[in-house]
Design a protein around this ligand. Structure first.
Ligand SMILES: C[S@@+](CC[C@H](N)C(=O)[O-])C[C@H]1O[C@@H](n2cnc3c(N)ncnc32)[C@H](O)[C@@H]1O
Length: 233
């Protein structure tokens, strides 16, 4: 899908995005994001950029772990998704939790070597050029900084995979499209894009091609999602 179509898709579902995430993942999405923060070994002084931040859910999970010396930026090219994130922090009066920035992940408006951690949750799959996206994330990370990718992947176990795919390709799109009142099959796009996305080993190779070292990945919940972490040399 092209960038303008992706932006349109997310602007259409922005208002119901958080609710549907929780519902369709049985609230597992929260624990996946917490795990992502944990494996990135964030510290109280970490400078974090969460790209494709959407409504800021992963950025907010980082904000819970960054002290007053650190900060969290959340960038996304969909204004409506960012607006929902901004309303969330305003409602909770946690204004300094994350700083929303409207920006394309392929051309980030930050100088080289700016962040200790550059993360992305369920977003890199949507970026039109995967390698360019990871290279741009790497550019803005400091030497020794971490690039952290939380993304859906394909479960290993054949029996579980069969059951899960039935839910993921048939039930989830139906519920998602009805509740978000989306007529463009936004929630049908989700399983299609996941099935086309590189598996864990292939994503690890792409990260290495982008110059990252010591790339590790951790499968979670029977391999529904995986967290990849690589270090910028
Ligand atoms: C599935 S949402 C993920 C939101 C959030 N990270 C989370 O954990 O729920 C994907 C987001 O990626 C954004 N996105 C996709 N391609 C992008 C790009 N090239 N630049 C910036 N944002 C992009 C979309 O606008 C959308 O908000």
């Amino acid at each position: 899908m092209q960038a303008h179509q992706i932006r349109k898709l997310f602007s259409a579902v922005a208002r119901r995005y958080d609710f549907l995430n929780s519902l369709l993942s049985l609230r597992l999405d929260k624990s996946w994001r917490r795990e992502t923060v944990k494996v990135s070994q964030v510290s109280s002084a970490s400078r974090v950029l969460d790209v494709c931040t959407g409504t800021g859910e992963l950025a907010l999970a980082y904000a819970d772990n960054v002290g007053t010396e650190g900060y969290v930026f959340g960038s996304d090219f969909c204004f409506e998704m960012l607006a929902v994130g901004k309303q969330k922090v305003e409602r909770k009066r946690r204004y300094e939790d994350f700083i929303p920035i409207e920006a394309d992940t392929l051309t980030l408006p930050f100088p080289d070597n700016s962040f200790d951690i550059v993360s992305v949750g369920f977003g890199i799959r949507n970026v039109s050029d995967l390698e360019l996206g990871i290279r741009e994330m790497t550019r803005v990370a400091v030497q020794g900084g971490k690039i952290v990718i939380l993304e859906f992947t394909q479960p290993n176990n054949a029996i579980f995979r069969g059951l899960y795919y039935f839910y993921f390709t048939k039930i989830l799109p139906f519920i998602g499209n009805v509740i978000s009142r989306n007529e463009d099959d936004a929630y049908g796009y989700l399983p299609r894009s996941v099935l086309q996305f590189p598996d864990c080993d292939a994503l690890k190779s792409v990260m290495e091609q982008c110059g990252l070292t010591d790339v590790q990945f951790y499968r979670k919940t029977f391999g529904i999602v995986a967290i990849h972490v690589g270090i910028k040399v």
